[in-house]
Each structure stands twice: as C-alpha cells, then as structure tokens.
Design a protein around this ligand. Structure first.
Ligand code: ASP
Length: 418
C-alpha cells in the first residue's frame, strides 16, 4: 500500500478559503502598507505557488514515461492498443465538438455582447505562445527525446514511451525482468506524487492567495454577461454532458465519478494547467476510479495535451461575444466553421495557464474579428481559466473511464469504494 495523505480534499478546501480570505484582506484593507503587501505577494504567495507548481511539473515527464512504458510492456495483446488509441482520440474530438456547439448555441441565444461597448485593451505580452496545428503534428515525432522531455512536449514523450514500451513488450523473453523494473520505478513515482500532494494545502493556499491579492473579487463586474454565461456553459458541460456520456456510453454512476474527481478538479483549478495536473489526474483515474494503468497512462497525458473542452467552450463564447460587440452578424456556415476551428485550435493549445486566449487569436483572425477585443477577454480570464482547466481535466477522466469500460479494463470494486 502506498502512503497517501489523509483528508486531502478537506485540507485543500480549508487552505483555499484561507488563501482567499488573507488575499482579500490584503487587497481590500488599507491597514497594511504596500511594502508588507508586496512582501507577502512575492515571498509567500508567489514563491510558494511557483515552488508547488514546479514540484508537480517535476513529476510529469518521469511519471508519464514510466507508467506508459510499464503499462504497454505488460499488455498481453498489442492489437488492443490500436483500439484504445483510436477510441480515445475519437471521443476527445467528439466531446470537444459538443462543448463548443453548446457554447455557440447559448451565446447566440443570450447575446452576451449586445449592449456592451468595447473598452480599453490589455497588452498581450507575457502570455505563453500558442502553436499551430502543423507544428503540433510535427512535434509528435521528436528528433531528440531528451530535448522533447526538457521542453515538456507531451505528445512526443507519449510517442517515444509507446515505442519503447512496445519494444520492451516484444523483447520480454530476452530482457529478463527489465519490464518489472519499470513497473517498480513507476510505483516509486506514484509514491512521489503522493508525497508532493501532502504539500498541496500549502501550495493551493499560496496560489489562491496570489490570485485574490492581485485582482480581489472584481472580476465579475466587467463583462458580466460573458462571464456568467461562460461559467454556466462550463458547469453544464461538466455536470450534464459528461454525466450523460458516462451513463450512456459506460453505465458509470456520474455522482460517484464527480465525487472521485474532486481532488484533480481542485488541482486544475488552482494551477490553471492541465499539464501540471497530470500526476494528480493519473492518480485519480487509476487508483481512485479503477481505470487500469495501460489505459490511464495513455489517455490522461494525451488528453491533457489535446483534449480541452473547457478551452473550446471559452473560444466559442468569446468569438460570439466579440462578434456581437463589434456589430458583426455571424452566419450559420460561420458557426459551423467556428466549431471545426475551435476543435482544432484547442488541440494546439498548450496545457498551461492562459494558453487558450492566445489560440483564440487564430479563430478571431479567421473571421476578421478585431484582435484588440482579446484585451476584454483577458481582463476577466484568470478565474475563467481556472474553471475551464478543471473542465478540461474532468473531460480527460471521463474519456479514460469510458475507454476503460469498453476495454474491460475498469475495476468496479475500486470505483465503488468510498
Ligand atoms: N489553462 C488551460 C489548461 O491548461 C488551457 C487554456 O485554456 O488556457 O488546460
């Protein structure tokens, strides 16, 4: 038995509340001098938050590598892997297309941008670069695996790990217990993740504190309709669409799924990065939900990289919103084009904070919409990024369960355990 932290969710929620409380006191009260506020921002919230995210990221590459290699090395039939991969990708594309369609329908019915005047813009600096679909495809096959690992290029790492795992699988009779060694190393990394999670309350306290001390709770005042509609669609997709998919595609109890999902969702919320959340999503899907390792270790990292339903929802709603505030009427054909484009761009979006707002540029350019309007979107994007990242990660876990169930690699006993 691995040594897991006790009462993790409760402690993380308390830490979240305390972080928000202290952040808000410092933001709103004039009792503390700027020097004290700056110090707490820099040396407590920012420092603690960055160290915690680094710890999570530190786990990602070795965890994905060892779990995927040991998972594939132990597969008894390699043919089933092709099935798993094609089902996974088809489901990822399907859920993202559903996500953006709901967003467009809601956006065109409730018209978040009517009656809003374009405000001043925010500079686009300091945002992570997006990458085009061409580069995403080329990067799947790395020329140098060390370079790909150093740059956290997840699809390249997945590709190499699959090849390595396949070769290991085919040479099992020659390499003695080498594949067992990978299995054991994988266990060591799982334990390492649990050790990092013991610090999660401190990390989450710092991350939430940093957010509130910078922006307070002002976020909702600006572009109220856009924010409210977007959050509603994100929640709808998370709780309704995924429930239906889990129920009908896999006969899985959605309530139980959401209960088990809470830790990974909170991590995604506090880090705004699906990539940094991979260790927690893997642990949740494999150890708490009962998805077998060979499936979880493929579906989760690939999902973190290409499956971004929350991001696609934001891009759909933002496009409709910007078209409306610019007085442009979108045609039906254009709506269909947005669906396709949002599916493709969300694949190319890096799984790091704010990346979705950058790839939004691709969509806006396509329809000749004013890029300056991204400033408005960015002004309220912090909290929205947190929520949509939780949705992105929940989507990955949903697909992992559905694929596992269809492959008989889903352990009901583990899933039903409370
Ligand atoms: N932060 C998101 C993620 O990592 C990407 C985005 O939409 O900005 O999943």
């Amino acid at each position: 038995m691995l040594d897991a932290p006790k009462n993790l969710t409760r402690n993380v929620l308390i830490a979240m509340f305390l972080g928000a409380l202290i952040g808000a006191i410092l933001y709103y009260s004039s009792f503390f001098s700027d020097g004290i506020k700056d110090f707490i921002f820099e040396y407590i919230f920012k420092l603690g938050g960055e160290i915690f995210i680094n710890l999570l990221k530190l786990m990602v590459v070795p965890l994905v590598f060892f779990s995927l290699v040991s998972g594939i090395a132990s597969l008894s039939s390699l043919k089933s892997f092709g099935n798993i991969a094609s089902k996974t990708i088809a489901l990822y594309l399907l859920t993202t297309a559903i996500a953006v369609s709901i967003s467009l329908i809601v956006g065109s019915i409730f018209q978040p941008g009517s009656g809003y005047l374009m405000a001043e813009t925010v500079a686009l600096k300091d945002l992570p670069e997006g990458q085009g679909i061409y580069q995403t495809i080329v990067n799947i096959v790395p020329a140098n695996i060390i370079d790909a690992m150093a740059k956290n290029q997840m699809l390249a790492i997945v590709f190499f790990s699959i090849l390595f795992g396949l070769a290991l699988n085919k040479t099992n009779h020659l390499t003695g217990n080498l594949s067992e060694s990978f299995e054991k190393l994988n266990t060591v990394f799982l334990q390492l993740v649990l050790m990092v999670m013991k610090f999660a309350p401190i990390g989450v306290f710092c991350l939430i504190g940093k957010f509130v001390i910078t922006d307070g709770f002002n976020i909702f005042q600006d572009v109220f309709m856009y924010v409210i509609l977007l959050i509603s669609v994100l929640l709808f997709h998370a709780f309704v669409t995924y429930s239906l998919i889990l129920r009908f595609f896999a006969s899985i109890n959605p309530l139980h799924f959401f209960y088990k999902m809470k830790d990974a969702a909170i991590f995604a919320f506090s880090t705004s990065s699906s990539a940094a959340t991979i260790p927690v999503t893997l642990k949740t899907v494999n150890q708490d939900m009962g998805v077998k390792k060979d499936i979880a270790s493929f579906v989760v990292p690939v999902g973190a990289t290409i499956n971004m339903d929350g991001t696609a929802i934001m891009q759909g709603m933002a496009t409709v919103f910007i078209a409306q505030i610019s007085g442009i009427d979108l045609t039906l054909i254009q709506y269909v084009q947005i669906v396709l484009l949002a599916v493709v761009t969300s694949i190319g979006t890096a799984a790091v904070p704010s990346a979705g707002t950058i790839t939004l540029v691709i969509i806006l350019q396509q329809f000749g919409l004013p890029l300056e309007a991204i400033g408005i979107i960015l002004a309220v994007d912090r909290i929205l990024d947190m929520i949509r990242t939780s949705v992105n990660v929940t989507g990955d876990a949903t697909v992992a369960c559905v694929v596992a169930k269809s492959e008989n690699s889903f352990d009901e006993m583990v899933f039903n355990k409370t």
